[in-house]
Design a protein around this ligand. Structure first.
Ligand code: SF4
Length: 307
């Protein structure tokens, strides 16, 4: 058996090698002229949709099924945090039979439950809790945003795992449902065997064009997809939650605060976590009527959240 320090060094070297490979991909991507056509360089690739089950990715999937975006994808993958609003799960069930390709649902477990579980480290014996959501953290002298790894751990990684399993030896064109009005969110794939494609950007379709396309085709309006308690919600998005979903979020917030107030937890957040930037309990916030939705998503959320 390799001793601990050698194993640590081995994993560190592996991490540094992967990081340098990814940095180089990202830097080449920044220099390239036409980022939307890079996927054409792949040979005989599999086309796969990252399905967020919101407005943009649903429109893109339905357009592909009708042959309006080509080639036909081989499949779509929905990464489930198990915390989406009921409307998203209902929408997904509506959508699946209308697509000309299968939809695989993958999950890394319940994001909410995993934030509330207190664990014991096998290595150190200390108790710790996971904090993966971008909660607002208030302490007597500061207000900050907790580090976010939920998108990577609950959406990107499960999706990549499934893609690796399904691709065999083929390269992959991964379709991302980012619309032209959110083009600043385009990021390259960091895998050597995959490239991202943004069909809605290619077609210069904005979110409103997606809704208009759905309407023209007689389809209902898809819901917005994101975890019910996501701290990136605008007030408009909070207001759209059902009473049950708001109750769930308030209960989640209380339990999350209790975990990080527990003296036995070794890696507590440095303050009290809240879901709303006012740092009031979410069931006591008076949501503004004036703020438009998605403002925080456009600036903050990467990957597939909210698409
Ligand atoms: S919707 Fe929000 S809480 Fe859920 S994975 Fe995305 S960023 Fe995290």
């Amino acid at each position: 058996m390799i001793e601990y320090s050698k194993r640590k060094e081995y994993f560190r070297n592996r991490y540094l090698k992967a990081k340098s490979q990814r940095d180089s991909i990202a830097s080449d991507w920044k220099k390239s002229d036409d980022k939307t056509m890079e996927w054409k360089s792949l040979k005989g690739p599999i086309h796969a949709i990252s399905l967020g089950a919101g407005v943009q990715s649903s429109t893109m999937a339905l357009m592909a099924s009708k042959g309006e975006i080509q080639p036909m994808p081989s499949f779509a993958i929905f990464a489930d945090t198990q915390c989406e609003p009921k409307a998203v799960y209902e929408w997904l069930e509506w959508l699946k039979p209308r697509l000309a390709f299968p939809v695989y649902v993958v999950t890394a477990g319940s994001l909410a439950e995993n934030q509330l579980r207190i664990r014991v480290s096998k290595k150190t014996g200390k108790t710790y809790a996971q904090s993966q959501i971008p909660a607002y953290v208030k302490s007597p002298d500061s207000l900050g945003l907790a580090g976010r790894s939920c998108t990577t751990d609950y959406k990107v990684k499960p999706l990549l795992r499934k893609l690796r399993e399904l691709r065999g030896e083929s390269e992959v064109v991964s379709w991302i449902g980012i619309s032209a009005d959110e083009a600043h969110r385009m990021k390259p794939s960091l895998e050597t065997w995959a490239k991202h494609r943004w069909p809605l950007v290619e077609l210069n379709m904005k979110r409103s064009d997606c809704l208009a396309w759905m309407n023209r085709n007689g389809f209902p309006q898809p819901p917005r997809s994101s975890c019910v308690f996501c701290p990136f919600h605008s007030d408009e998005e909070w207001r759209k939650l059902t009473a049950d979903e708001l109750r769930f979020s308030a209960e989640f917030e209380r339990k999350f605060q209790a975990v990080h107030a527990n003296p036995s937890v070794d890696n507590k957040l440095n303050g009290v976590p809240f879901l709303h930037r006012s740092c009031k309990p979410i069931d006591q916030v008076e949501f503004s009527n004036h703020e438009k939705g998605q403002s925080l998503w456009g600036n903050e959320c990467e990957g597939m959240c909210g698409v």
